[in-house]
Write a protein that binds this ligand. Structure first.
Ligand code: ZN
Length: 182
């Protein structure tokens, strides 16, 4: 049994500590995981994202979904227990995150990334992503290790985004009654 309701996903936002908690390996594959992946893909489109990772729906397990097209197409896919095998190249591009609404910052990432992952049935596969897909792989795998876009910000970017970060922190404090540790 998954610890969350796949039919009723909620987006977890900064500075919720769940986003900074490294995920555990997925060990159970099959129909339940497949249904979850389908819900995550639906939520990704609804939120106008190109990727969504487990911690962003409050699930501390190594799963992310992605589609660089940003709308239903044959490129939509779920990646379970992904690891980066190789990476190459480097570019700095502005990036956003569904868990950090209103924040954009430039992040240096590899331009070519080869990963190994499992599908929802547990079959292992390898895939090479270039350009945007390579960036999505790195961003989502960061999420699975508890690393956020805000952790990648330069001091200048942090300063430029400080008001939005502060607003998100205040909203979190109001919702939980807890001060954020960010
Ligand atoms: Zn993100």
């Amino acid at each position: 049994m998954l610890p969350i309701d796949a039919d009723n996903l909620k987006l977890v936002k900064y500075p919720d500590p769940l986003l900074h908690t490294p995920c555990a390996q997925v060990t159970e594959f099959g129909p339940e995981l497949e249904a979850l992946a389908r819900s995550m893909i639906g939520m990704m489109y609804k939120s106008r994202g190109v990727g969504l990772a487990g911690p962003q729906i409050g699930l501390g397990q190594m799963i992310f979904v992605a589609n660089p097209d940003g709308q239903p197409s044959e490129c939509e896919k779920a990646y379970i227990n992904p690891v980066i095998l190789e990476q190459d190249g480097q570019e700095v591009i502005e990036e956003g995150c569904l868990s950090l609404p209103g924040i954009n910052c430039r992040v240096k990432r590899a331009t070519l990334v080869r990963i190994r992952a499992q599908d929802v049935q547990g079959n292992t596969f390898e895939e090479t992503g270039a350009g945007l897909l390579a960036r999505i792989f790195q961003h989502e795998i960061d999420h699975l290790h508890g690393i956020l876009l805000s952790d990648k910000m330069s001091p200048v970017a942090r300063l430029a985004n400080r008001r939005t970060l502060r607003e998100l922190e205040e909203r979190h404090e109001q919702a939980t009654g807890k001060p954020s540790d960010e």
